[in-house]
Write a protein that binds this ligand. Structure first.
Ligand SMILES: *Cc1c(COP(=O)(O)O)cnc(C)c1O
Length: 479
């Protein structure tokens, strides 16, 4: 609290956000309301815990601690050291790793920076790497370029070459990867994806990497929570380095982790390279408030209840997939092994953008996504749906079937809107969805469905928020 002696220039330090900055407070309130009244189906998102948010919003944000525990550039780090050592221990425990065989760096700010640091540690500038192509479900940070341009640091500073999924099965084309790797001779093969509904054959990947003398790195950003629970194949059994985000299925704050083997030849060297790649090569001072939040999220992952959560996420994704297939829709690979499904909208003549837009209007958050064989990356033919966040709001299979019904109606409504728009243009589509017009019923159907979605979504709790006292804030965007 400010005292009588607090100078005027410091009085702001003691005032709550609502008082000092109602504008930002109102934006947070609107976003809280959106999360409460909507259905979050973006596969990369989740709802972190009250504890993680508390740690993330803590006073630890004040401290500089460049370096590693016991070897910092600044003083006053005795508790930060304790925190980082605890976080590392919990990271190994969460994934059931032997501390004699694995180490971890918990400082990466996010998944992308974790990946770039891992590449910096493992290979030299302009060395060759292979990752799953972006249109096949891979991530930008695994190397992405177009005919005109190298798009991401992983293709600007390294020579990247994509492998893909097989056009028939839509599963990873391991044979294709093996023969491409034989020619391309990568120093590093990256596995892991952002939009791949099936599990990975890490043993096969290891075999391919070994044959070419390449490192094998898994980026388990999307699936780490499910791998920690033992519900998917274990990337750690075969990979040299494993990176992950902490905010997707792992349900922590926004950050990244890099795990590295410590039992290989030159292990000390690898450990040193990873740590030095994170700092000073790619980052500055660690975000200690985030590291505290990661630690508390990882504690939750180590509890027996975590497995039940992960199982429910997968059961929900399967239920969602089955409900859509039962309605006659097409899913890439016809279903899922993990937390996400890829819905191919091309057979019914819709684009991902249109369905994303309609869903947005009714508070169902999803994203357009390329599906196998899309001719244009600009007009993705599908959408990606994930169940991590809805499972964090307590939903089970029966509830997910209600969500599937909403999605079915949203898609049918998109067909009607497309017809009423009169053209295939997105702007005409959006116009008929958002403005009443004589003789057209799409607009009022959007409103009707939106009200139903809101009523359903508002029945569920939202972690970190007391929804019983939540009031609708001012200034919401009217759809
Ligand atoms: C989300 C994701 C990332 C990037 O994480 P950010 O925290 O957004 O930087 C990296 N790799 C994969 C596979 C991802 O899905």
């Amino acid at each position: 609290m400010a005292t009588a002696n607090t100078p005027e220039f410091n009085q702001v330090l003691y005032k709550p956000l609502a008082e000092i900055d109602p504008e930002v407070k109102n934006i947070i309130d609107k976003e809280t309301w959106r999360q409460f009244t909507g259905l979050e189906l973006i596969a990369s998102e989740n709802l972190t815990s009250q504890a993680a948010m508390e740690a993330n919003g803590s006073i630890l944000t004040n401290k500089y601690s460049e370096g590693l525990p016991g070897a910092r550039y600044y003083g006053g780090n005795e508790y930060i050291d304790e925190l980082e050592v605890l976080c590392r221990k919990r990271a190994l425990q969460a994934f059931n790793l032997d501390p004699a065989k694995w180490g971890v760096n918990v400082q990466p700010y996010s998944g992308s920076t974790a990946n770039f640091a891992a590449l910096t540690a493992l290979i030299q500038p302009q060395d060759r790497l292979m990752g799953l192509g972006l249109p096949d479900g891979g991530h930008l940070t695994h190397g992405y370029y177009t005919a005109k341009k190298k798009m991401t640091a992983s293709s600007i500073y390294f020579q990247s070459f994509p492998y893909g999924i097989s056009p028939d099965s839509n599963l990873i084309d391991y044979d294709g990867l093996a023969s491409q790797a034989k020619i391309f001779k990568p120093k590093l093969i990256i596995c892991g994806a952002s939009a791949y509904p099936r599990d990975w054959d890490y043993a096969r990947l290891k075999q391919i990497a070994e044959k070419e003398g390449a490192y094998l790195m898994a980026d388990i950003a999307h699936t780490s929570g499910l791998i920690a629970a033992g519900e998917l194949n274990n990337a750690f059994d075969y990979c040299d380095v494993v990176t992950t985000t902490t905010h997707k299925t792992l349900r922590g704050p926004r950050a990244g982790l890099i795990f590295f083997r410590t039992d290989l030849e030159n292990a000390k060297d690898l450990e040193k390279r990873v740590n030095e790649a994170v700092f000073p090569a790619c980052q500055g001072g660690p975000h200690n408030n985030t590291i505290a939040a990661i630690a508390t999220a990882l504690l939750q992952v180590s509890q027996p209840s975590w497995r039940a959560y992960a199982k429910q996420v997968i059961a929900n994704a399967k239920a969602l997939g089955e409900a859509l297939v039962a309605k006659g829709y097409k899913l890439q690979t016809n279903g899922t092994d993990n937390h996400l499904v890829l819905w191919d909208l091309r057979p019914i003549g819709l684009t991902g953008s249109k369905v994303e837009k309609v869903c947005d209007l009714m508070g169902i958050t999803i994203n357009k996504n390329a599906v196998s064989g899309d001719s244009s990356a600009q007009v993705p033919g599908g959408i990606r749906l994930g169940t991590s966040a809805l499972t964090s709001r307590n939903m089970k299979e029966d509830d997910i079937r209600v969500v599937a019904e909403f999605l079915h109606r949203a898609v049918q409504l998109s067909l009607l809107l497309q017809k009423e728009a009169g053209t295939k243009l997105l702007k005409d589509f959006v116009r008929v969805a958002t403005t009443p017009e004589e003789g057209k019923e799409g607009y009022s159907k959007v409103k009707e469905l939106r009200d139903e979605v809101r009523a359903f979504a508002s029945k569920w709790p939202l972690p970190g928020v007391d929804v019983s006292t939540l009031k609708q804030p001012e200034g919401l965007v009217a759809h």
